[in-house]
Design a protein around this ligand. Structure first.
Ligand code: SF4
Length: 689
C-alpha cells in the first residue's frame, strides 16, 4: 500500500474554467487523474469546487488532442515537424510584414492561457512584428465594464474581493447568473444571504437560481438596464439620499451629472423598462438603506449597444451612494474565463501595455523600448472586431490566434467564417483541432495548464500559480515555449528558462505588478494587484484615492439609446448564456465524458405563454431564424422566461445549433463588444415531440 501511495502524485493547480479562480490539489497516477481535492487554505474556494472544477479535467487525456504540428496542403492537413512549421510561420509573417507592413498582421490571445504566455505574445506582436493589432476574448465579454470603470474610478477590474461581496449588506446582481457561471462565488452569496441576513436584489430577464432566493427580483425589458440605473440614481439624488461627504471629498462632476439625469423620471423609466414605479422606489430604498453595497454584473449588461454606458451607470450609482473604498462595497464585473482578467492585465490589448499603461504614452513606450531594445508602434491597433473588418477591406492579411474559438464564439459567425477564409495566412495554436482551426494554414499543438507552469489571475485580481502535473502530450508544447522558439527563428534572442523569469520581467516593467514574484506566489500563496515593490497586495481598491492623477473619481453622464432591431417579423427576443455543467461552447467540458453525459446538447427556454401561442410542447424541435442565420434546437417550456423572451444555452458544437449563427455584427458603441443580447428572431416548429 505504501508503494502504491508513493506513485500517487499531488499537485497544486488552479481551475481552468471560470474567473472565480478556485485552486486545489489534483491527485494523479501516471497520466490518470484520480481526484481533485480542495484544500482549506485555498484562498478563494477553501473546500469548495463546482462540477467543472471537480470533473472537467479528462479532456487533457482525450484522444482528440493535437499532438503534432499540421500544415495545410490544399484541402488537407499534413503532419509536420516543429522546425518545418515554425520556419514556415516565421517566413510567412516576415513576408507579409515586408510586403504590407506590420499592421497587416493581427494577433488574438487566449484568456485560457497564463499571464506569462499573454505577456510573451504581446511582446512578440509589439517587439518582433511591430504592431499593436492585439486583442483577447474580453472584447466579447467584459471590455465594456473595463471601459466604464476606467472612465469613472480608473481601474478596470473588480474593486474588492469575493470576501467583500460576502461582507456586503446588500448584493445586487444585474444581467448575471453566478449560480451557473461563477458557482463557488454564488455559494458565498447564498451562504451570506441565508446565514448572515445579507440582502439580495437580482435584476435579470430570466428568473435564475439567485433570483428565486432574492429579497427582490426585478424583471426589466431587454436592453433597458441603463434606464432604471439612471432613474434609481436620480431618485436617490432627488430624495437627498446621496453620500454628500463622499461626493464632496472624492468625486468630480456632480452638477453636470445631476443635470444629465433630468429625463430619467420614474414615469419615463416605468414606461421603457416595464418596472413599476413602486419597484423602482423599492430598489432605490434598498440601496439607500444598506450600509454597504456591491453590484455584480456580467454579459446581460455588457453585450449591448449601450454596454459601456450601462457599466458606467452602475459605477455612477455606486459613487453617488458612497459605495466604493470600504469593505463590502464596490463594482464587480464578473470575469468569465479563468484568465481573462490576466490576459488584459498583461497587455494583449490594442491600446495598452501590461498594467493598462497606454501605448500612446511616450514615457511608457520608451520604458518598454529600452527594456526590449526595439522601436515600438505608437498608435493603438485593431481589436478583434476591427480585425475582421480589416480582412474585409484587405488591410489585414495574416492572423495568429491561440487558445481561442473565434469561429464559434464571435457574433455573426457566418460572416466571420467567410472572412477567415480570405486570410493569406492563418496560424491557430490550440489543444484541440478547434472549429477555428479548420480555417488555418498552420496548426500548432499546445499544452493545457496541467502540462505546464504559470499563473492565472481571477476576477478579484488575484494571481495564483499552477504547477506541472504531466509531460505535454505527444509533441505538444506550452504556449510560452512556442512563442519563444518562433521569436528566436525571427531573430530574437529570448532565453526564458521558466515562466517565473517572464513574470519577473513583467514585474520590472509594469508598476501594478512591481512586487509580484514566483517565490511570493509559492504553493497556495497569492497576490492581488496592484502589488507594491515590497510584495504588499491591494485587495480593496480606492480606500484613500481613485486611480486618477488627482485621486478623484468622475461621475460620467450616460444616455440610453434604443437597442438594435432585427426588423419586422423577428418578434421574439433571444437571450443566451452559460450552463453550470458546460463551459461555453464545450470544447473542453464536452470532451470530459462525465459532463458530456449529463448535458449533451443545448436547449431553448420558452415561456408558457409563447408555447401555447405557438402550440409548442416541451421537447419539440424548433427552428430560430434571424436576419443572419438559422439554428435548430429542442424547446423546454419554463416559467424562468417571460412572454416573447427566449433563452438559448451556448454549449453547441454542432454547426446548426450555434447561437452565433443568429447574432449580428452590431456592437457596443465604445468598445466594439458584440451586442449578443440584442437579437430578434422568428420561431417555427420543425417537429413535435
Ligand atoms: Fe472552476 Fe469556477 Fe467552478 Fe471554481 S467555480 S471550480 S473556478 S469553474
Amino acid at each position: 500500500a505504501a508503494m502504491r501511495k508513493s506513485r500517487i502524485k499531488r499537485t497544486k493547480t488552479v481551475c481552468t474554467y471560470c474567473g472565480v479562480g478556485c485552486s486545489f490539489e489534483i491527485w494523479t497516477k501516471g497520466r490518470h487523474i484520480l481526484k481533485v481535492e480542495p484544500q482549506e487554505h485555498a484562498p478563494v474556494n477553501g473546500i469548495s469546487t463546482c462540477v467543472k472544477g471537480k470533473f472537467g479535467w479528462d479532456f487533457v487525456n482525450s484522444e482528440e488532442r493535437l499532438t503534432k504540428p499540421l500544415i495545410r496542403k490544399g484541402e488537407e492537413f499534413v503532419e509536420a515537424s516543429w522546425d518545418e512549421a515554425l520556419n514556415l510561420i516565421a517566413s510567412k509573417l516576415q513576408e507579409i510584414k515586408e510586403q504590407h507592413g506590420p499592421d497587416a498582421l493581427g494577433f488574438i490571445a487566449s484568456s485560457k492561457c497564463s499571464n506569462e504566455e499573454n505577456y510573451l505574445f504581446q511582446k512578440f506582436a509589439r517587439a518582433i512584428i511591430g504592431t499593436n493589432n492585439l486583442d483577447n476574448c474580453s472584447r466579447y465579454c467584459q471590455s465594456p465594464a473595463t471601459s466604464g470603470l476606467l472612465r469613472t474610478v480608473g481601474i478596470g477590474g473588480d474593486s474588492g474581493t469575493i470576501r467583500d461581496i460576502q461582507q456586503a449588506d446588500l448584493v445586487v446582481t444585474v444581467g448575471a447568473n453566478p449560480a451557473e457561471s461563477h458557482p463557488v462565488l454564488a455559494t458565498r452569496i447564498k451562504r451570506a444571504h441565508k446565514l448572515h441576513g445579507q440582502k439580495l436584489m437580482v435584476v435579470d430577464l430570466r428568473e435564475n437560481e439567485l433570483a428565486s432566493r432574492a429579497n427582490l427580483f426585478i424583471h426589466s425589458k431587454p436592453s433597458t438596464d441603463l434606464i432604471w440605473l439612471n432613474a434609481v440614481t436620480k431618485y436617490i439624488l432627488d430624495q437627498g439620499w446621496e453620500d454628500k461627504a463622499f461626493l464632496e471629498a472624492r468625486v468630480k462632476g456632480l452638477d453636470k451629472f445631476r443635470a444629465s439625469l433630468e429625463k430619467y423620471t420614474l414615469a419615463f423609466a416605468e414606461e421603457k423598462t416595464g418596472i413599476s414605479k413602486e419597484n423602482l422606489i423599492k430598489m432605490a430604498t434598498m440601496i439607500h438603506e444598506a450600509k454597504s453595497v456591491c453590484i455584480l454584473w456580467a454579459m446581460g449588461i455588457t453585450q449591448h449597444t449601450c454596454g459601456t454606458d450601462a457599466s458606467t451607470a452602475i459605477s455612477n450609482l455606486l459613487l453617488v451612494t458612497g459605495n466604493y473604498g470600504r469593505p463590502g462595497t464596490g463594482a464587480y464585473p464578473l470575469r468569465g474565463h479563468n484568465n481573462v482578467q490576466g490576459a488584459c492585465d498583461f497587455g494583449t490589448m490594442p491600446a495598452w501595455f501590461p498594467g493598462y499603461e497606454p501605448v500612446e504614452d511616450n514615457e511608457v513606450r520608451e520604458r518598454y523600448e529600452k527594456a526590449w531594445g526595439v522601436k515600438l508602434p505608437e498608435n493603438p491597433g485593431l481589436d478583434n472586431h476591427q480585425m475582421i473588418g480589416g480582412i474585409k477591406s484587405g488591410k489585414l492579411r495574416g492572423l495568429y490566434l491561440f487558445g481561442e474559438e473565434m469561429a464559434i464564439v464571435d457574433s455573426n459567425i457566418n460572416f466571420v467564417e467567410e472572412h477567415l477564409e480570405k486570410l493569406d495566412f492563418f496560424v491557430v495554436q490550440d489543444v484541440f483541432f478547434s472549429k477555428t482551426a479548420q480555417f488555418a494554414d498552420v496548426i500548432l499543438p499546445a499544452a493545457p495548464s496541467l502540462e505546464k507552469e504559470g499563473t492565472f489571475t481571477n476576477t478579484e485580481r488575484r494571481i495564483q500559480r499552477f504547477y506541472q502535473v504531466f509531460e505535454p502530450m505527444g509533441e505538444s508544447k506550452p504556449d510560452w515555449v512556442i512563442f519563444q522558439e518562433l521569436a528566436n527563428k525571427m531573430g530574437a534572442q529570448w532565453h526564458y528558462q521558466h515562466p517565473g523569469e517572464i513574470m519577473a520581467e513583467a514585474a520590472s516593467l509594469a508598476k501594478y505588478f512591481a512586487g509580484i514574484s514566483y517565490e511570493r506566489l509559492e504553493g497556495f500563496n497569492s497576490q492581488i494587484w496592484p502589488v507594491k515593490k515590497d510584495g504588499t497586495s491591494t485587495p480593496l481598491l480606492y480606500q484613500d484615492r481613485f486611480a486618477f492623477p488627482d485621486g478623484k473619481a468622475r461621475l460620467v453622464p450616460v444616455d440610453w439609446e434604443p437597442p438594435f432591431s432585427a426588423g419586422e417579423g423577428f418578434d421574439y427576443h433571444l437571450n443566451n448564456g452559460r450552463l453550470l455543467e458546460q463551459f461555453h461552447e464545450g470544447n473542453l467540458t464536452d470532451r470530459s465524458p462525465g459532463i458530456h453525459h449529463k448535458v449533451p446538447e443545448p436547449w431553448l427556454e420558452i415561456s408558457p405563454e409563447a408555447a401555447s401561442e405557438r402550440g409548442i410542447k416541451d421537447g419539440a424541435l424548433v427552428r430560430l431564424t434571424s436576419p443572419y442565420g438559422k439554428v435548430k434546437v429542442r424547446a423546454v417550456v419554463t416559467g424562468r422566461v417571460q412572454g416573447k423572451e427566449l433563452y438559448l444555452t451556448m454549449n453547441a458544437r454542432k454547426e446548426d445549433e450555434m447561437v452565433n449563427r443568429l447574432t449580428s455584427s452590431y456592437h457596443d458603441r465604445v468598445t466594439h463588444t458584440p451586442n449578443y443580447k440584442e437579437m430578434g428572431v422568428k420561431m417555427e416548429i420543425l417537429e413535435e415531440k
